[in-house]
Design a protein. Structure first.
Length: 192
């Protein structure tokens, strides 16, 4: 099974950056400990079927879905839908994308899975500010999903600060890619 690049230009750039980062990480996480192991096409047939079901539902909205070696499913929310610099409020154009995520999370095959929302920042600002901002971003997404009917007991918000960039932070475009949200689903039997 091949990873299919998303159709949106900025989402495509995020996907390419993630693939390039992961290509050089030899089984480690792209950027550090919070993201989990690097994505692969491995997994059980059931895990691959879950990934395909999410991909079919979410890739038209610009999200990429990866199956991680530990069995988790990683949803990458396009950075152009996410957050402005120093902001934790979800951009209006991001709300319909997150609405589609919420609908997918309520599908029978996903409704019992724990969900971890991971916020990221660019490297502008201090570590303390970026840690707090990334957590605030994750909490914003968690609250949005709760507002769309996802049980709070399923949702965890985590902030990674600037520790896991997917692009260099020396140019505005790279910083935009790094201001992002990743959503992880943990199917039964997935380690984490």
């Amino acid at each position: 099974m091949r990873l299919q690049p998303p159709a949106r230009p900025l989402a495509l750039a995020t996907w390419i950056a993630a693939v390039l980062v992961c290509a050089g990480c030899a089984g480690t996480s792209p950027g550090g400990p919070g993201a989990g192991p690097a994505p692969t096409d491995h997994g059980t047939p059931a895990q691959r079927a879950l990934r395909q079901a999410l991909s079919d539902a979410l890739e038209p909205a610009g999200l990429s879905v990866l199956l991680m070696p530990d069995g988790q499913l990683q949803l990458n929310v396009p950075s152009d839908f996410s957050f402005g610099p120093d902001r934790a409020d979800i951009r209006p154009e991001g709300r319909p994308v997150l609405d589609k995520v919420a609908v997918s999370l309520q599908a029978p095959e996903f409704v019992a899975m724990p969900v971890r929302v991971v916020g990221h920042t660019d490297s502008q600002g201090s570590d303390a500010v970026n840690e707090a901002l990334s957590l605030a971003r994750a909490i914003s997404v968690r609250r949005h999903l709760e507002g769309k009917g996802i049980a709070a007991s399923r949702l965890q918000a985590v902030g990674m600060g600037a520790r896991e960039p997917v692009a260099p932070n020396d140019k505005a475009y790279g910083r935009t890619l790094n201001r992002r949200i990743e959503i992880y689903l943990q199917p039964a039997g997935a380690a984490h």
